[in-house]
Write a protein that binds this ligand. Structure first.
Ligand code: FES
Ligand SMILES: [Fe+2]
Length: 424
């Protein structure tokens, strides 16, 4: 029988018990207390631009369909036939006029309404309006990022994201003069034998880069003649808690430092396409905001529990089991910019994150190694105390530290603990 777990025994201010990665009962509690009761990222509206466009996605471990219905509204529908539960949508994405379950042929409209039952006269009485595809309790979006929740929400999506997180999403989207990103360039897909939390911890980990990705950085140094110094001991890059379990690696102090922002703007203005982009950005956002956004160059953050917005990409994390996770890494395009800029973004993404890229495989290998390592239980605690003594606290009570400090991981784990203790 499943034992009640005392979560306060598993997360300390500076350490986490290894069983949070290995205990299947904890995973089941996570599906309930995190993936059912909080807002979960589904996909981006730009992935279904036209009526009938759909994309298969997940809400925790449950399959859903993101689809644009005949009225142009984006719907999130559970991918489960109301007859005997077969999935009604098999393709990862595409365009359809309806969803037809291939088991016994029930047909659903794009908004989930049941419109057809083969040999309907075999039912003594059946009210089709009672058998629409089911949906989450609420769906909402911010700047095209669609979230859904399976339980009656205790807070709105905006409250759940929080102001600091929404401002970072703004930085990401405002790189487009039209203020829109397009998730339409495919995705790199990866899977590993480990907990979903390993990818969340790692996405905002500034400590590992110089070591896990040593070979990639050596290659960059060889090709460019300059050694990347972003993660060095004297780096100005900061780690931050954004509140609500969301966390952030803040490159802004590094990017705006004397000798860094000006060259970035000048380089842009040296090309014809760069000049046009700069002018369009200034026309759209005003000079100050445009330069601020260009120099800041997007964001690098995690939105608990399953979204990462990093550089050019949107990363979606899918928990499959306590020790199995799938991740989609989608490079994004900017709407209304010269092709050269979008090409540059795709090439940057490919260089590190694509299957033939130089970096992402290093991380996956580390997730597999951690999951193997936590099987050793003589000393079960993982240490997250780096930089605890030098954390800064803002007026809003949010913590920050050096790029290599474990501020984001501590913030994530404290939020995890809060959710795991709040049984509803
Ligand atoms: S399970 Fe879908 S029609 Fe039977
Ligand atoms: Fe990494």
């Amino acid at each position: 029988m499943k034992q009640a777990i005392n979560y306060a025994d598993l997360v300390r201010s500076d350490a986490v018990h290894g069983s949070v990665y290995t205990n299947p009962d904890i995973y089941l509690d996570e599906l309930d207390r995190i993936y059912r009761q909080t807002w979960i990222y589904i996909a981006h509206e730009s992935e279904v631009p036209n009526v009938g466009d759909f994309k298969r996605a997940s809400l925790g471990n449950q399959p859903v369909i993101l689809v644009r219905d005949k009225t142009g509204k984006v719907q999130v529908l559970f991918n489960r036939c109301r007859h005997r539960a077969a999935t009604v949508c098999q393709d990862s994405c595409g365009n359809a006029s309806k969803f037809r379950c291939e088991y016994h042929g029930w047909v659903y409209d794009l908004d989930g309404k049941l419109t057809g039952i083969p040999y309907e006269d075999g039912y003594e009485r059946i009210d089709k309006s009672q058998f629409s595809l089911t949906r989450p309790v609420q769906v909402d979006s911010y700047r095209g990022f669609v979230f859904a929740i399976m339980a009656e929400p205790v807070e709105t999506l905006a409250e759940s994201l929080g102001e600091p997180t929404m401002r970072q999403i703004d930085y990401f989207c405002d790189l487009s003069p039209e203020g829109e990103i397009l998730v339409q360039a495919g995705a790199a897909k990866l899977a590993y034998q480990g907990s979903w939390k390993l990818q969340m911890e790692n996405s905002i980990d500034g400590y590992h880069a110089n070591f896990t990705h040593q070979s990639y950085f050596k290659m960059i140094t060889r090709l460019s003649g300059r050694r990347p110094d972003t993660f060095d001991r004297d780096s100005a890059v900061a780690t931050r808690d954004l509140g609500c379990g969301n966390t952030f690696v803040d490159y802004r102090p590094h990017n705006i430092a004397p000798g860094r922002s000006e060259p970035r703007l000048s380089a842009l203005k040296r090309t014809t396409w760069g000049k046009k982009y700069y002018a369009d950005m200034v026309a759209a956002h005003g000079l100050e905001r445009a330069e601020d956004v260009i120099v800041t160059a997007g964001t690098h953050m995690s939105v608990f529990p399953n979204l990462v917005v990093l550089g050019q990409q949107v990363r979606t994390i899918r928990p499959i089991a306590h020790d199995k996770t799938e991740v989609d890494l989608a490079p994004t395009l900017l709407k209304g910019v010269p092709d050269e800029l979008n090409t540059q973004r795709i090439r940057q993404f490919e260089s590190f994150y694509s299957p033939h890229g130089g970096g992402i495989h290093d991380d996956i290998e580390m997730f597999n190694r951690v999951q193997q390592g936590v099987a050793c239980t003589m000393e079960p605690w993982l240490i997250f105390q780096r930089g605890l003594h030098r954390e800064q606290i803002s007026a809003e009570g949010l913590r920050s530290g050096h790029v290599s400090d474990e501020v984001p991981q501590r913030a994530m784990w404290q939020h995890w603990l809060k959710l795991m203790q709040s049984k509803r």
